[in-house]
Design a protein around this ligand. Structure first.
Ligand code: CA
Length: 227
């Protein structure tokens, strides 16, 4: 997960970058609104943390211009204490959430997690209840998978793994992350279990399981689902 932090207070950049990095996020920072806007409109991020009071271009303008340009990355705005009107304005301009300074880092992390959970990939799957890729069709409500309109028999765990991949597509997941997310903390399987289930899923869903198009191996890191 890649986060863009647009903030002009050096101390806060260091604190937040350290903390977010220790939580496994990849953090890119910009120290003024113009740089932030340029980065956000030219690179892909999973989340933008955007201060309001910034040199060169304020956070509201950055937010509005990004939305106008069609950038739909979730935006968490940082506002100064007591700026109630500003919060409303921020949300109106397309921010997804706001946090008032000063804040506890743990509070920021909670907001970040919440925004990432309801990111677009996840939302449209939940709303439509269906997903298609290649010649595969999935009905999440019925937990049914078809290939060229012929039913594919998946185990419950294979289905959960596939659903997790789809909801978090484009992101690299380590074997440990997949174990935690799909099998759960209480389960006792090993990372080998993940590899075996992925091999089965590829067998059932990929045209050429030896050269998978959708469930890709990222060497030294894990797996990612790409459509
Ligand atoms: Ca500032």
């Amino acid at each position: 997960m890649k986060i863009l932090l647009v903030e002009d207070e050096k101390g806060l950049i260091i604190t937040l970058t350290d903390r977010l990095a220790s939580e496994g996020f990849d953090v890119v920072s910009a120290v003024d609104g113009k740089e932030g806007y340029d980065l956000a409109s030219s690179e892909s991020f999973d989340l933008i943390i955007l201060d309001v009071m910034l040199p060169k271009k304020n956070g509201y303008d950055v937010c509005r211009d990004l939305r106008q340009k069609g950038v739909s990355t979730p935006i968490l705005m940082l506002t100064a204490k007591g700026e109630t009107i500003d919060k409303v304005l921020g949300l109106k301009l397309g921010a997804d959430d706001y946090l008032t300074k000063p804040f506890e880092v743990i509070e920021l992390l909670a907001r970040v997690e919440a925004l990432l959970r309801r990111s677009p990939g996840k939302a449209d799957t939940a709303v439509n209840g269906a997903f298609r890729f290649g010649d595969i069709g999935i009905d999440f409500k019925k937990a049914e998978v078809t290939r060229n309109n012929t039913p594919v028999d998946l185990s419950a765990m294979e289905f959960r793994l596939l659903q997790f991949f789809i909801e978090n597509r484009g992101t690299v997941h380590s074997r440990d992350d997949l174990l935690d997310a799909v099998w759960g903390y209480d389960a006792m399987p090993t990372t080998r279990t993940v590899d075996v289930h992925i091999a089965w899923l590829r067998q059932k869903l990929e045209e050429n399981p030896r050269h998978p198009q959708f469930i890709q191996t990222v060497h030294g890191m894990g797996y990612k689902f790409v459509v």
